[in-house]
Design a protein around this ligand. Structure first.
Ligand code: NAD
Length: 348
């Protein structure tokens, strides 16, 4: 029997609840499809930071390297630890160290879920560059606290980084409906985004079967509301992809439905799976977090591990649960009820 080694980082707030829910579903999938999951949980979080002064111990990255995949709930507790510290101390270093350059986020309505739009038949795969761009961390502050204070933050776009994320997008488009939309702001950002557009055009020549659209981020935001059904694969930089995928989450009914995979496509290091949402301090500890985004992220993990049949079955079980009206609106069901309904559908 194949055994996969998983590193779990439940993190903060509802991250803990939804990781627990997702792992219960993963265990049910493993037993139905004949593979084993061996997991080790790491307490790295804001609580850990308050105790140790760091989000993860020295050597944390090397510890994670030995696993087949990393599953993360959510990290952040702004009341005690600044978000810039928690994000740059755990999540971003993992994405960068393991070259998880493709952040894949699907946006579509699950059966029974009513989104805020009239449009229903959309199925968007958003691919966000995950290791450089606006979140490269290059910058600094000068004369802090003085009148002449200066803050500089530089976006970094490398040819290797831009080319590989676009190539990944083209491959996804080829495997789906054959359309790729590249999102930039090349009218205003005349170096980095013009460069991104150029690389898109160069690669397009290698993918004659994929049709390509170029859109500015502002027009794209409007399009995702007005005509999301016209979109297939969307590729964007780190910041733009981050923002667009919250919009994507909104049109698919809310953050409780938005899954996310941080993929290292060449598999030289583990990939990481996590819902798009954060730790939701406002509902933490109340057993009302929707675990569907987290479970869907688990399905993405199974697919990446090579358990495609189990992945499809988990997604079908989520759909069976929402089709019955389970978990389709905030407050309708508890985290545990939704998890139990998905497991029941998976085992049926
Ligand atoms: P959030 O995603 O935690 O919450 C935004 C809103 O959506 C809240 O009202 C919350 O109750 C609701 N929500 C989120 N997930 C839900 C779910 N599964 N079910 C039901 N409702 C849900 O975003 P935020 O409030 O901006 O951030 C809170 C903390 O999380 C911050 O510290 C932030 O930095 C962090 N964060 C972490 C990640 C991550 O770990 N990947 C992502 C985003 C935010």
């Amino acid at each position: 029997m194949t055994t996969y080694k998983l590193a779990l980082i439940p993190g903060d707030g509802i991250g803990v609840d939804v990781t627990d829910a997702a792992m219960k579903v993963m265990a049910a999938a493993a037993s139905r499809f004949g593979f084993a999951l061996e997991s080790e949980s790491f307490p790295w979080s804001c609580a850990y930071y308050l105790e140790h002064g760091t989000m993860m111990p020295e050597g944390g990255i090397e510890t994670l390297r030995g696993f087949d995949a990393i599953y993360l709930g959510a990290v952040g507790w702004p009341a005690t630890v600044p978000d810039s510290v928690s994000l740059h101390g755990l999540l971003l270093p993992i994405r960068k160290a393991f070259n998880q350059y493709a952040n894949i986020r699907p946006h579509r309505l699950l059966p029974g879920v009513e989104g805020p739009l009239k449009a229903e038949g959309f199925d968007i795969l958003c691919i966000r560059e995950n290791t450089e761009g606006e979140y490269s961390g290059a910058g600094g502050r000068l004369h802090e606290g003085k009148d002449n204070e200066v803050a500089v933050e530089t976006s970094v776009f490398t040819r290797a980084g831009v080319e590989r994320i676009l190539r990944f997008g083209f491959e996804q488009a080829r495997a789906r409906r054959g359309h790729l939309t590249s999102v930039t702001k090349s009218n205003a950002q005349k170096y980095s985004m013009v460069f991104w557009d150029e690389v898109t055009r160069e690669l397009a020549a290698e993918y004659p079967d994929v049709t390509v659209s170029h859109m500015h981020i502002d027009a794209m935001a409007a399009k995702m509301v007005m005509a999301p059904q016209d979109l297939d694969v969307v590729v964007a930089s780190n910041l733009f992809g981050d923002i667009l995928t919250d919009l994507g989450a909104a049109i698919q009914g809310g953050l409780g439905f938005a899954a996310s995979a941080n993929i290292n496509p060449d598999r030289s290091a583990p990939s990481m799976f996590e819902p798009v949402h954060g730790s939701a301090p406002d509902i933490a500890g109340q057993n009302i977090a929707n675990p569907i985004a987290a479970i869907w992220s688990g399905a993405q993990m199974l697919e990446h591990l090579g358990e495609a049949e189990a992945s499809t079955a988990v997604l079908a079980a989520i759909e069976a649960a929402t089709a019955k009206g389970i978990g389709i609106r905030p407050g309708l069901n508890t985290t545990q009820e939704i998890t139990a309904a998905v497991i029941a559908a998976l085992e049926a």
